[in-house]
Ligand binder design. Structure first.
Ligand SMILES: Cc1cc2nc3c(=O)[nH]c(=O)nc-3n(C[C@H](O)[C@H](O)[C@H](O)COP(=O)(O)O)c2cc1C
Length: 215
């Protein structure tokens, strides 16, 4: 009886702590991206590769800012982006899963808006290393923006291509900056969708780990 009450108390405390942590997660305004640096393109293409071993260092805010802008930032005054998208539907949202919580990238504000608190890195993949990468990007298609449902084969291909372009941009930025990265389709989409509080009309397309290489 005492044991059961103790367990209930511990559970209540854990729920309360999570609620407090969720309240504490604030939006992150990213520094302006540095858009005039980086290695020459041909050197970057020579260096591009996938990596599955990560160091424990966090990405500094400026590097995070540059990464997100390179991947899926706004690069023209009319709102067009660094990656193309079919009919310019811009249906892919980039979720950023870091040790303190998960955020969604708001390209217009160049900011991160909180989605869920706590360390969800392990939930972003079925392999062990995503739990150790500084962050994991998750590319999520909003099918209400895409126009046609994901069951339409052409639409499914468009969404895959659109996420692939964003992932390629992230790969190239990582190669330029000496960061480790790998795109990942091995994701438990049910578990991750729940953790990221996705709506039924949102589809996880790909994940991508990013961090400093293991020394
Ligand atoms: C669509 C896609 C899905 C992938 N899924 C995974 C994955 O789930 N896990 C993984 O370790 N690597 C994954 N990769 C990385 C590939 O295994 C990697 O790109 C390939 O082995 C070639 O190596 P390279 O990128 O170093 O050239 C994926 C790559 C792509 C493009």
């Amino acid at each position: 009886m005492i044991q059961r009450s103790l367990l209930a108390l511990v559970t209540l405390i854990a729920i309360a702590c999570t609620a407090v942590a969720a309240q504490n997660l604030s939006p992150i305004k990213l520094p302006a991206p540095q858009t005039d640096g980086g290695k020459p393109l041909m050197q970057v293409l020579k260096a591009r590769q996938s990596a599955r071993e990560y160091g424990s260092e966090k990405l500094p805010p400026q590097v995070l800012s540059n990464l997100l802008w390179a991947a899926w930032g706004i690069n023209r005054p009319d709102g067009h982006r660094t990656a193309p998208s079919a009919s310019n539907k811009q249906e892919i949202d980039v979720y950023v899963v870091m040790p303190e919580g998960a955020y969604i990238y708001d390209a217009k504000a160049h900011a991160l808006n909180p989605v869920a608190s706590g360390d969800l890195r392990a939930v972003t993949g079925t392999q062990p290393f995503p739990a150790t990468a500084a962050l994991n990007l998750v590319y999520v298609a909003d099918m209400t923006k895409a126009g046609r449902p994901a069951t339409d084969p052409q639409q499914a291909m468009n969404v895959g291509a659109d996420a692939g372009f964003i992932s390629a941009n992230a790969y190239l930025y990582c190669a330029s900056e000496g960061l480790a990265t790998v795109a990942r389709a091995s994701v438990d989409k049910g578990a991750l969708g729940k953790a990221l509080k996705l709506r039924e009309t949102q589809v996880i397309v790909l994940a991508q780990s990013v961090g400093y290489p293991k020394k």
